[in-house]
Ligand binder design. Structure first.
Ligand code: SF4
Length: 490
């Protein structure tokens, strides 16, 4: 049996053919020299890799080197590796004589099955259609070929605003990992690397995300039992005092390869069939995993190597330093400041702050999509090129002009006001688009529409906002105001 080279995002037992298979693990320092990752992300990745090496013991050859090539020069035997998760890593392994590349693992729908599904469709590819295919193909929450409960999506039941006058959702917090000697060693190494000149962003803090399969499975069991029921209705809601809400906080575990996604999906399905958990919550969780996660993974490969450079809205502005540096204290807009602070302190915020606050703000200002992909990749504990490329270029920034998304995810302050408790404590007013108290999201919304009026014609879902834009008498003044605001923090 060949030695299996496991990348640092291929760490679970489902990446091996046999539990005794010999393994190669490589820790490359050069990865951290090239770009400034969030300190807690660097910690999590190194901790997970070193924990896996410790678990495997003599079964693994574990090399810590400057580059992957340095490590591979020391290996004299043939290797195989599961399909890596980035275009650059795939090109690298395909160029190595000693390495055989195997199909991907860690996802539910295979690349060939996805391509066969996508090739047979006309027009844009839509997650809803793929999700239906995946439910049927993998027999998840179906009876025969029909969805359990009669509908494929319960999304309309899963858009509740946060409950009023509460600090936290009424769910027990997720179990936090207990740090050990490996974490202490990682922390000391990162301190030393910083002294040597390697730069990180964000703050250090206790490790909050699983670094081992055992920790990840414990968090999954706890989620299914105690938190999943509340996940569905409040999955899009934001509370300034509850960054976790009822989210599973397992995305980094899936993306490190610690957890098999199908195992999590089957667990959620069982929770429903035992009648422990409402169908809307279970369906929402299943949709995130075999729907959305697999959809963006497959599109990353299906759209090919030119896709990351898509910029159909001609967004040319650089991401400003205060955003790069997660400088929450420089920002006065309550929602944006609070979310940047959560990201600075935890390396994670859930999908709605990402899409409707961070991504929305960037889209309105015309920041370069490729720079944003890099920012999301580096700043989030669960960020990888494959997941951020499609989520940012396609969904958040609409830079592919709708190849996988029905409309730009752009909104004014009204959406944030409805789905959060941020606006009550803000110096700005979500209803104002002009003047001292103009909400930067509301003003940015109209500016975005005006700037892109000719670039997104013919989109039926944008017809109504565009016709409202046409009736706004003060739009030129709003545009002037936003130009004066410039790229400084709002
Ligand atoms: Fe955010 Fe605008 Fe609400 Fe302030 S008023 S919290 S800037 S949406």
């Amino acid at each position: 049996m060949s030695r299996r080279w496991l990348f640092a995002d291929q760490l679970g037992p489902h990446f091996l053919d046999d539990r005794h298979q010999p393994v190669l693990l490589i820790e490359s320092k050069a990865v951290f020299r090239r770009r400034a990752f969030h300190r807690q992300k660097a910690h999590l990745v190194l901790s997970a890799l070193r924990h896996r090496a410790a678990e495997l013991g003599d079964q693994a050859t574990f090399l810590r080197t400057e580059t992957y090539a340095d490590a591979l020069r020391r290996i004299r035997e043939p290797l195989d590796v599961c399909h890596p998760t980035s275009q650059a890593a795939l090109r690298f392994v395909e160029g190595l004589d000693q390495v055989t590349v195997l199909p991907p693992r860690g996802f539910v729908t295979g690349l060939d099955d996805f391509a066969a599904w996508a090739d047979g469709r006309r027009g844009a590819l839509r997650m809803e259609a793929f999700y239906r295919f995946a439910r049927q193909h993998h027999q998840v929450l179906v009876e025969g070929d029909e969805p359990v409960g009669g509908r494929w999506s319960r999304d309309t039941e899963n858009r509740e605003p946060p409950p009023k006058d509460v600090q936290r959702l009424d769910v027990p917090p997720p179990p936090m990992p207990r740090e050990d000697d490996i974490d202490a060693e990682v922390r000391a190494d990162l301190d030393r690397w910083e002294r040597e000149g390697i730069r990180f962003v964000g703050r250090d803090g206790p490790r909050r995300f699983p670094a081992t399969g055992r920790e990840a499975r414990a968090r999954l069991r706890h989620f299914l039992k105690h938190r999943l029921g509340q996940f569905g209705p409040y999955e899009d809601a934001m509370l300034s005092t509850d960054p976790w809400m009822a989210h599973s906080m397992l995305s980094s575990s899936f993306n490190l390869g610690l957890l098999d996604p199908l195992e999590a999906v089957r667990g959620a399905e069982q929770a429903y069939r035992r009648q422990d958990v409402p169908l809307a919550s279970v369906e929402g969780f299943v949709r995130q995993i075999i729907g959305w996660r697999d959809f963006v993974w497959n599109l990353y490969w299906y759209f090919g190597p030119d896709y990351p450079a898509s910029n159909e809205l001609a967004a040319r502005r650089s991401v400003p330093d205060w955003f790069h540096d997660l400088d929450a204290d420089a920002v006065r807009a309550h929602c944006l400041s609070d979310i940047l602070a959560d990201l600075r302190d935890h390396g994670w915020v859930h999908h709605i702050p990402r899409l409707m606050v961070l991504g929305n703000y960037a889209l309105q200002r015309g920041w370069r999509p490729a720079e944003l992909v890099d920012w999301f990749h580096r700043s989030f504990v669960d960020g990888y090129e494959w997941v951020m490329t499609v989520n940012v270029v396609g969904m958040s920034q609409y830079a592919d002009l709708g190849r996988m998304s029905t409309k730009p995810y752009v909104s004014g302050g009204a959406y944030i006001n409805r789905m959060s408790d941020y606006c009550g404590g803000c110096r700005y007013d979500p209803k104002q688009r002009l003047g001292e108290h103009a909400c930067p999201f509301t003003a940015g919304y109209w500016t975005f529409l005006a700037r892109n009026r000719d670039r997104i014609p013919g989109n039926a879902r944008m017809a109504q906002p565009m016709s409202r834009l046409d009736r706004l008498a003060d739009v030129d003044r709003v545009i002037d105001q936003e130009e004066h605001r410039g790229d400084g923090p709002p």
